[in-house]
Design a protein around this ligand. Structure first.
Ligand code: ADP
Ligand code: GLC
Length: 484
């Protein structure tokens, strides 16, 4: 399993949650898994008991380019090894992909082709002969190409199948062609069906070409990426894969996200006894300087502030809702990323004192608090490959308000006013701020006018499970087909 992030060591988004959880589920089903990620400076060596396991690993990149690195190791669980590729030149810096102004590092193409190559070199040096190399996203996609072009005849790797998971096709790893020589992938593969993309290099595109199987993280997103602009220019590459491109829904790590045992939240609660949820609500009203009132519904957001997430539209919708709705409501937002959005959201609490609270930053404990203490959780995504927060929200009885796209469409069932027996959330289709404000109004009016419907929805939501075991079994089926 080769990836650029993994919980608990380093995380910027849902990719890390998946790379931390899927191997555990596969391992529990009796499979041997090894995870390889970069050793970024922010990974805490002592806390995770990293041990040096390879002092001088030579990584030849082709031609006369020879890199050297070392490798650390620890366990994610007993028998589940994690390896960290350490290169001061490439990973000895604060950010993972971007500098402190949120601008991508200029050498990302070199950093991640090196990382991908190094991951395979580690297999060779350590005599691992994996059945499957499973690469995640553009950062690891070149590993599949190295596997199929360089290592087709290398002992231990010659029978290995290559699988690529796309967590978000907006990020493709596109770099100027001047970086291509360094990768050593060979100009014969710099063609429009493989790595070439409008004159540039496209890591994800090359990975898609060389993989035996490609998947993304929900069935609806796998469809959307084939047939619409949501394929971000790679529609035809995906369609070429035929039935070797599929959607497999992510699961939830319920050890991490469980209101009955959550260590981060002020009070635990369960579907049988929701009293702790009320305590959590009061605590977030205090924490975010909102009016403390149990009868005002809170709408929570935890998100990267990226254009994918539709938070520019939400910003307008909050103004619309605050000005035009007669119902009481409050908003809390935790997020970081885009600097313009950060500034806009930072200024909101002073415009709606006691009604809106925002925290700009990355804070796992606060994310748990918001999941636990809010009444609703909103995800107004322009697109959403899977989305994990809506599934966490269900488990905490925090009803999702979502746009019907990607994994949000697959995991949330629409509420029906005519029947108490249906629905786990509120969905809308049109991608604009009025649709968001109207759906907020729908949810909030249901809260105030039909509380018995809300209670039923909470029961249903909390009883739903998106177990990793199920998803892992589907991954295993894909691995078997890939090997075949
Ligand atoms: P994406 O991977 O596109 O960001 P997901 O919903 O799959 O979206 O996963 C996001 C993950 O990152 C969730 O676990 C969420 O709680 C977490 N997260 C996002 N932003 C923050 C933040 N500012 N502070 C803490 N956790 C965050
Ligand atoms: C990406 C997607 C998100 C998905 C996550 C994990 O970051 O944006 O929708 O849940 O990957 O697969």
């Amino acid at each position: 399993m080769i990836a650029s992030e993994c919980v608990p060591y380093v995380k910027t988004g849902g990719l890390a949650d998946v790379v931390g959880a899927l191997p555990k589920a596969l391992h529990a089903l009796g499979h041997e898994v090894k995870i390889i990620i970069p050793k970024y400076t922010k990974i805490n060596t002592e806390r995770y008991a990293l041990q040096r396991c390879h002092e001088n690993m030579g990584v030849w990149m082709g031609g006369n380019i020879q890199e050297w690195c070392s490798v650390d190791q620890t366990n994610l669980a007993a028998g589940l090894d994690v390896y960290f590729i350490e290169s001061w030149k490439y990973f000895g810096r604060e950010g993972l992909y971007n500098d402190e102004d949120n601008v991508a590092f200029r050498d990302n193409g070199l950093r991640f082709s090196f990382f991908s190559r190094a991951a395979l070199q580690l297999c060779i040096d350590k005599d691992f002969a994996p059945d499957i190399i499973h690469a995640h996203d553009w950062q690891a996609a070149p590993a599949i190409a190295y596997l199929k072009t360089w290592h087709w005849n290398t002992p231990g790797l010659s029978n290995t199948a290559g699988v690529l998971t796309i967590h978000n096709i907006q990020y493709q790893g596109v770099f100027g062609r001047e970086d291509y020589e360094y990768t050593g992938l060979g100009w014969e593969h710099f063609t429009f069906d493989k790595f070439e993309y409008h004159g540039n290099i496209n890591f994800l595109k090359g990975g898609i070409y060389f993989a035996d199987f490609v998947n993304t993280v929900s069935p609806t997103y796998s469809y959307e990426t084939r047939v619409s602009e949501l394929g971000h220019g790679l529609q035809s590459s995906l369609n070429h894969k035929g039935n070797t491109y599929l959607g497999i829904l992510n699961g939830v790590d319920y050890q991490e996200w469980n209101p009955e045992t959550d260590q981060f939240i002020p009070a635990n609660f369960s579907v049988q006894d929701l009293s702790g949820k009320k305590v959590c609500k009061t605590k977030i009203q205090e924490l975010f300087h909102l009016n403390v009132d149990p009868d005002t519904p809170i709408i929570g957001v935890v998100s990267r502030l990226a254009d994918q997430k539709g938070l520019d539209l939400l910003y307008e919708a909050i103004h619309l809702a605050m000005h035009h709705l007669q119902y009481k409501m409050q908003f809390v937002l935790l997020g970081s990323g885009d600097k313009i959005l950060e500034a806009k959201y930072k200024a909101l609490p002073s415009q709606y004192p006691g009604q809106v609270g925002t925290y700009i930053g990355y804070d796992n404990a606060k994310a748990h608090w918001i999941e636990a203490g809010s009444d609703f959780f909103i995800m107004p995504s322009n697109f959403e490959p899977c989305g994990l927060n809506q599934m966490y929200s269900l488990r905490y009885g925090t009803l999702p308000i979502v746009r019907n796209t990607g994994g949000l469409a697959d995991t949330i069932e629409q509420y029906s006013e005519w029947s108490k027996e249906k629905g786990t959330g509120f969905k809308y289709w049109e991608n604009n701020s009025v649709a968001i404000a109207n759906t907020i109004a729908w949810a909030v009016s249901t809260y105030h006018d039909r509380p018995e419907h809300i209670d039923k929805m909470i029961q249903r939501a909390m009883s739903q499970r998106f177990d990793w075991e199920n998803s892992a079994r589907t991954y295993l089926e894909m691995y078997r087909k890939a090997l075949h």
